[in-house]
Design a protein around this ligand. Sequence first.
Ligand code: ATP
Length: 353
Amino acid sequence: MYLHRVEVHGFKSFADRQRFEFVPGMTAVVGPNGSGKSNVSDAIRWALGEQSGRAIRARKTEDVIFAGSERRRALGLAEVTLVLDNSERWMPVDFAEVAVTRRAYRSGESEYLINGAKVRLLDVQELFRKAQVGQNSYAMMSQGLVDEVLALRPHERRELIEEAADVHRHRLELTRAERQLTETRDNLGHVRILIREVEPRLRQLERQSARAERYRTLAAELLGVLQVYYEHELRGADDALTAARARHDQHARAFSAVEQELASLAGRLETADRTAAERRARLEQLQADERARTEEQLRLQQQVALAEQRAELLAERQGEVEAEIATTPEVAADASDAPEARLAALDADAAAA
Ligand code: ATP
């Protein structure tokens, strides 16, 4: 049971808001002639998007709006809402209840709403088409139609009954299924042809597959062997690395000792350089002193030589003087007390020289 209720307001004879609840089972609308029973089914047809005026007994849009009565003024708007149960999601919208509303204004304007949101007529038709509720999947048996049905020719009656029993939809599905079956048979034929074409290639592919399988096996074996080989190589490289590290440590220690020794030698060399420089300076000093002494010695030797010359000259002079004194008595008498003093003076001169 999909139709929960129909809400009508301002549609034809329904001036007041009216609610029709539909519960499981059969629902009957009972009333005297002309009380507006058919207006209920018209309202449902209209809300489902009916475009034929004849089907809902209205020549123009305005005819569906309450036209007023002796006691009530006419209304400006007709509105019908169908509230449908969608808890099983038979309609492609994510609501448990779907309200489809159609409105008509005296201006001729129409509006459609799905759960209060404005949509186009096309959207309403699309919703029911996707939900497989269309004009071909339900049957409206309006007043007087039963008589018409009885008067129909057998094949026309059959069409009508089939439509009411929703056979049309099943027939469409059957046609679709038959078409799909035919297509599948065609496809099967194509597949058989393809298999025949492919069969010769199949043996080649089998050989290739065997070769590929052999390749995979050999590749796996190779991988295993390579793993063993590289593990062995790795162990050897590890050992070599350890030995190299030990040698490196040893060399590093020796290098460090040599460095220390070198530093010590550099210190000693520096001291030796300093000592050599001092000694060189001292040597230069001594050489300068020696040169000065040599010069002094030469100067003294020259003075001694000069003094000796003067002494010789004085000795000669003394001889001459003594000879003169001896030959001259007055001078000798004057000089009798002086010879000693004069001699002493001459000696002093000679010593000084
Ligand atoms: P019956 O079984 O005798 O055919 P019914 O109960 O099915 O009658 P309807 O034909 O549905 O009655 O209703 C017809 C009533 O609706 C009439 O009284 C008519 O005046 C009223 N009606 C139709 N259109 C409008 C409208 N636009 N405004 C007001 N009343 C309207």
